[in-house]
Design a protein around this ligand. Structure first.
Ligand SMILES: NC(=O)c1ccc[n+]([C@@H]2O[C@H](COP(=O)([O-])OP(=O)(O)OC[C@H]3O[C@@H](n4cnc5c(N)ncnc54)[C@H](O)[C@@H]3O)[C@@H](O)[C@H]2O)c1
Length: 253
């Protein structure tokens, strides 16, 4: 049990990568705080079937709301005490072109994928992780934040992850490095996992060109959760400011 007795907050815990990360962390003994707009009942069921003793707190609301973030972190701390792990995972992905982009979609993607992550970092680090002199922050970015958007389907550029999404995922990578530099001396690491095409709600109905990958299959949420678990564990203390691409070797060959 690599994170036994530790507490992990996971945003976007109702489905996909967040749900699987919660299951992996619970299996390794962590108390889990699931945050999402939607019910996390399915995730809770899966957690209990893996670890019947797992302690789970569900916090439903919109992570773009600063007051909700503060209240969630306070509830987590009141329930479990010290907070050790933060997985900023919840995300939205607009696929509109430059021409069609609306400010609603732009703001939604930037606020969910970057602002909310910052709000959680701020609330969890000060005072919790700073007082403990220990913390593991994992931000889920994307290879879209590195390469400018993943093409999904021949000649179908409108289905590429959009400009707001790419910008937000590039920003979360920069934020990861900034936070890592700021907090390294306090025993707090901050790393990012950058998934490639992974079979979840966000990619449902999108046909990816797997010929660009060395490993010619879609990723599973478990593929990504393995990397989250590494950065969440005490053993990763010498790794910070890193971006681990888990993408089947996209554009590598
Ligand atoms: N699936 C992929 O191919 C892929 C690739 C690269 C990066 N990612 C990233 O992985 C992360 C997880 O996505 P996923 O693939 O599991 O998709 P998903 O749609 O299954 O999960 C996203 C979750 O975030 C929640 N959420 C969205 N906005 C929210 C808000 N404002 N407040 C609270 N909860 C909110 C949703 O309700 C949902 O449960 C995202 O950051 C996404 O950008 C996914």
């Amino acid at each position: 049990m690599r994170v036994k007795g530790q507490t992990a907050i996971i945003t976007g815990g109702a489905s996909g990568i967040g749900a699987e990360s919660a299951v992996f962390l619970a299996k390794e003994g962590a108390n889990i705080v699931l945050v999402d707009l939607n019910s996390c009942a399915k995730t809770i069921g899966k957690i209990r079937s893996t670890n019947a003793d797992a302690q789970v707190l569900e916090c439903l609301g919109d992570i773009r709301d600063a007051e909700f973030v503060k209240a969630t972190v306070a509830r987590a701390s009141d329930t479990f005490g010290e907070l050790h792990i933060l997985v900023n995972n919840a995300g939205t992905c607009g696929r509109l072109s430059i021409e069609d982009m609306t400010m609603d979609v732009w703001d939604r993607d930037l606020d969910t994928n970057v602002k909310a992550a910052f709000l959680f970092i701020q609330a969890v680090v000060y005072p919790h992780m700073m007082e403990q002199k220990y913390g593991r922050i994992i931000n889920i970015s994307s290879i879209s934040g590195i390469n400018g958007g993943v093409s999904s389907g021949e000649g179908d550029s409108s289905r590429r992850s959009g400009p707001a999404y790419s910008a937000s995922k590039g920003a979360i990578i920069a934020l990861t490095k900034w936070v890592a530099k700021e907090l390294g001396e306090q025993g707090i690491t901050c790393n990012s996992v950058a998934p490639g095409a992974t079979a979840t709600g966000i990619t449902s109905g999108v046909a990816y060109d797997l010929s660009k990958q060395v490993v010619k299959r879609m990723g599973t949420p478990g593929d990504i959760a393995e990397a989250v678990l590494y950065f969440a564990s005490p053993e990763s203390s010498y790794a910070t400011g890193q971006v681990l691409q888990v993408d089947g070797g996209y554009n590598f060959g």
